[in-house]
Design a binder for this molecule. Sequence first.
Ligand code: NAD
Length: 258
Amino acid sequence: MTRTAIVTGSAQGIGRGIAERLARDGLSVTLADLPANKDALAEAARMITKAGGTCRTAFADVSDQSQVDALVADHVAALGGLDVMVANAGVTLIARFMDTTPEILNRTFDINFKGVFHCYAAAARQMIAQGRGGRLIAACSISGHKGGDWVSAYVASKFAVRGLTQSVALELAPHGITANVYSPGMVDTPMYQEIDRMVTEREGTPRGSQIRKMAATIPMGRFATPADIANVVSFLASEDSAYVTGQSLVVDGGIYMN
Ligand code: NAD
């Protein structure tokens, strides 16, 4: 039986890398993202199909439970079941703590935390009904392990994802369903390019200088690629990780050691 996966936020960046890798691992994958990113989503799917993978696309705003429920229902109708949910979609809204508005706080939590909650809930219902276990996987961050300046809401949302994952792992272990997160450090994606743009504009420094500055602080001396993160997610999605649950796998080139 071909295993299947949903990857949210997979039009670009880390999510796209994960979708490519899971398809290469032989899973049938639904790539899900926002309608605003439809061209990139179609291109990501086209490249996977061209490489011989099996995939389809869907739109879902993960902050809306009903859209996530529909995403899972459509996936199951199309592919016959769900084995792996990768709740990857997330946003980084940069603001000093004292300038963090209710809008920034709500949007950060609606997507980064509630988005994961919705994905876990909809997927777990399906996996329990199937009775063959499953894998719940979410994007955390080294910001889910330690605080940082200008990102207090983001950090709080990622700590929340880790707390949720540990609790879900406990409750769903009897069903053979594992729940784990991957915690990247700094990854070269459109998200980090945007962080570079915001920081360099704020500081009046050349574009790209923030990325170069941060890369110099990484023991491995370089940013991660989406493939570096996808390698670890491939393990978490595989049969080999059957006895791993409630964990955060930090993939950061040696910045944060736990
Ligand atoms: P990215 O911004 O490049 O891509 C995120 C994708 O999520 C986009 O395609 C976007 O359209 C989609 N998305 C945003 N809001 C959504 C919503 N409400 N519903 C559905 N899709 C939505 O980001 P990335 O760098 O690839 O990051 C992916 C995940 O990894 C995020 O959760 C992020 O917090 C986490 N992360 C990234 C880094 C990094 O350095 N890039 C580091 C640590 C953790």
